[in-house]
Design a protein around this ligand. Structure first.
Ligand SMILES: [Zn+2]
Length: 247
């Protein structure tokens, strides 16, 4: 199709099916995707760029979990309009938004060594009930976007989730840890043996669910992990572990 005809086609589509910015609700121009340019420029970027030893990385460590790399592209603030991005792909049947953000997450880290040596990605699984209800796993869609840029394969079968964790609000760190114990299971240890696995999550708040998934992956022999999430609220909440304390 020539460019002129394609442009006319897009204009007609845009008139018949107007699209709206998922953050501010403003009508999108033909050239804009998911977010208007204004909201795109104002994205609350962490600018961590996968740097070793970042605050985010150290918060994820515990006695069993040590990450090779960890990155989160955006700050997550619960009262911000930017939370609508997550609501859209979690509760409003917009998985394509997660794919587009997955692409952005990978593009942001191009030119760094973040993806070097990673063998596969394990998106944090949903329980079978939640999967049936939603029809897709938003973390798998983010991983798919990352794989479009990096070519890293996605493994959705080696780790499974038996149940969804009950709400963790008002729980202490140790209660949260107990709460998520055993919700993930390593279903195929051989598939992950001696692999460097990148765990993909949509948003890391307490970090306890992501760590529980990491612990399941680390049950495979010789496995190393890295973690990537689209958003995190884990800044200035807990005192990060100092550099010299490594599990
Ligand atoms: Zn907007």
């Amino acid at each position: 199709m020539n460019i002129h005809l394609r442009h006319i086609g897009q204009s007609i589509l845009n008139t018949l099916f107007p699209r709206y910015c998922c953050v501010c609700g403003r009508r999108l121009l033909e050239s804009e995707q998911d977010l208007c340019l204004n909201c795109l420029f104002e994205l609350p970027m962490t600018n961590l760029h996968g740097k070793k030893g970042s605050t985010f990385e150290r918060i994820l460590w515990d006695d069993a979990v040590y990450t090779q790399h960890a990155n989160s592209m955006l700050y997550y603030r619960s009262k911000s309009n930017y939370c609508r991005i997550y609501f859209m792909f979690k509760y409003h049947n917009r998985p394509e938004i997660a794919v587009n953000f997955g692409r952005m997450m990978a593009q942001e880290l191009q030119g760094t060594d973040f993806f070097e040596g990673i063998d596969c990605m394990v998106p944090v699984p949903l329980s079978p009930q939640r999967m049936k209800q939603r029809g897709y796993n938003q973390s798998e869609r983010l991983a798919y976007g990352i794989s479009l840029i990096t070519g890293i394969p996605i493994d959705t079968t080696s780790v499974i989730r038996n149940v969804d964790n009950p709400t963790q609000t008002h729980m202490s760190v140790s209660e949260r840890r107990r709460n998520v114990q055993g919700i993930f299971e390593l279903a195929d240890a051989e598939a992950l043996q001696n692999k460097h696995v990148l765990i993909v999550d949509d948003v890391i708040t307490t970090g306890s669910t992501t760590r529980a998934c990491a612990r399941a992956v680390l049950k495979a022999e010789g496995t190393k992990i890295s973690i990537i999430s689209l958003g995190t609220s884990q800044f200035n909440k807990e005192k990060p572990k100092p550099f010299w304390i490594r599990p």
